[in-house]
Design a binder for this molecule. Structure first.
Ligand SMILES: [Ca+2]
Ligand SMILES: [Ca+2]
Ligand SMILES: [Ca+2]
Ligand SMILES: [Ca+2]
Length: 191
């Protein structure tokens, strides 16, 4: 299609999702133009004509990864953006009010990353979207490659480390006790 409003970018990421609930795919584009880092959201009129949404709260990022998913169970697409701003990375979660207006969730446990890849999926079978974040965590003094799996409480509150589904084994000392009891029982069976 000619005449699209999109900026040419590199070190970029794109994702389609319906953000405004009108059953067509809108698109978010991040990356580096000739002059700046961008994060631009475009809504679709249903025929593939896109219009940039103004007033979005997103940081322009490069070396980024973006993913839409419903994290808070209200059936609209929320958004995670990672990538480079300045020299360090970010990981920011935004909830959707249903019509494409996004608000940043604060107090998330995520490490900011660049050179990243992220994905939402329900990993523990409780029908909410959990989250895996990979990438480079960079501070003034160190660089660390991370791969962190966060579980969702169903309302968009994420927890790390990964919460062990079996509540008995959530406390390591209890696991040890249970293991010992099992071993003793096995010993009885053997004697
Ligand atoms: Ca749409
Ligand atoms: Ca949602
Ligand atoms: Ca889940
Ligand atoms: Ca959950």
């Amino acid at each position: 299609m000619s005449g699209t409003p999109f900026d040419g970018v590199d070190k970029c990421s794109i994702a389609f999702a319906d953000v405004d609930g009108d059953n067509d795919n809108d698109v978010l584009i991040t990356g580096l133009t000739k002059i700046s880092r961008i994060s631009k959201l475009y809504t679709n009129d249903g025929s593939g004509t896109f219009t940039e949404m103004s007033g979005t709260p997103f940081d322009g990022v490069a070396f980024s990864s973006i993913a839409f998913a419903d994290v808070d169970g209200d059936n609209d697409n929320d958004l995670l953006i990672t990538g480079q701003i300045g020299s360090a990375g970010i990981a920011k979660l935004f909830t959707n009010d249903g019509d494409g207006t996004f608000v940043e969730m604060t107090d998330t446990p995520f490490d900011g990353v660049l050179f990243s890849y992220i994905a939402f999926a329900d990993v523990d079978g409780d029908n909410d979207n959990d989250l895996l974040i990979t990438g480079l965590k960079r501070t003034n003094t160190s660089e660390t490659q991370i791969s962190k799996l966060y579980t969702n409480d169903g309302g968009g509150e994420f927890t790390y480390p990964y919460a062990i589904p079996n509540p008995i084994c959530a406390i390591p000392s209890h696991c040890k006790i249970r293991y010992l009891a099992f071993s003793i029982e096995q010993g009885r069976h053997m004697s």
